[in-house]
Design a protein around this ligand. Sequence first.
Ligand SMILES: *Cc1c(COP(=O)(O)O)cnc(C)c1O
Length: 368
Amino acid sequence: MPPGLTVQRVTRSRLSQVDFDDLGFGKYFSDHMFSMRYRDGQWGEPEVLPYGEVGIEPGAASLHYGQSVFEGLKAFMGADGRARVFRPDMNARRLENSCQRLCIPAIPRGVFEEGIRLLIELDHAWIPRKRGQALYVRPLIFGTEPHLEVRPSGSFRLLVMTSPARNYYGESGAAVSLKVEEGYTRAAPGGTGFAKTGGNYAASLLPGDEAKRQGFQQVLWTDGAEHRYVEEVGQMNIFFRLKDKVITPMLRGTILPGVTRDSVLTLLKDFGIPAEERRIPVDEIVAAIQNGTMVEAFGAGTAAVISPVGRIGYRGESLLVNGGQPGALAQRLWDEIIDIQNGTLPDRHGWNLLVDVPAQRQAIPAAG
Ligand SMILES: *Cc1c(COP(=O)(O)O)cnc(C)c1O
């Protein structure tokens, strides 16, 4: 429990308004949020508040200049009645790195997990129960100081909100389509590609829209210097399965170091499947699809977990991967990760943070 914590509970839960058969992604927000403020050189004033509007001055520079970072992780309700948060330690570390790049003071160690634990304890009834669904946890930090000079803010707000969510791309199974992007750049060496910061996503909206108009669901980014090497997808890291191994782009500061990416690499080792992290030329990918060496491709990220790729658009051509169908390895990884997250498989790598929730409030209505 962070020192000085105050808790203000909702007087009436909004849970009954949630349609657990049609959750969408980030459409519903649970009853409570966790808040901390940074001012006078330190983080303090931990609070649990009803989810709702927060006051922010129009002059707050983060609104103008984008000094903000966020995270994304998931919580699950196990068959044993214990809630599980998947690898929050990794998200905490990545948040620290994002903060450092954006000149945001790091939050004290432990507060990240404690804030999430408090929210899960209070709002555990919001954790969906269906396979593939989860309670998505979204920590956010932004500058609150009003000033129009371009310089770091002197005050910040941390807000952690949670949202019952379906699997990002709907039911597992459907393969997604990606357009190789050779014009726009998501991140360049020395930029903010490794940080989860709003500006990266703002810059990706127009390329994403254009890809959709051309019939593709997502952009497959290439490197900002030459547009010759594959980088990642909008909210996922990318993996290609060739006949004898799996390859994924190495971390060089321009792509997001995904927690799911790390989990996939660990599980591939468990499965005895060789994996390489390296630079991957787009040419190699196109050739591997054309000559049949590429068996399957999939994205990996918290929201979608594993998302099979069925089609890749390249210079006006549409290339089918695995006949446009989800591959076996993608399915195996999806099952393995979901089963570890739900507690139906042993947590052999110590990934889950267990949260005990009051037994008498475990049953939730309408979750199917
Ligand atoms: C969040 C994100 C990912 C995936 O990271 P996870 O920790 O696995 O959720 C990959 N790429 C981008 C750009 C992201 O924002």
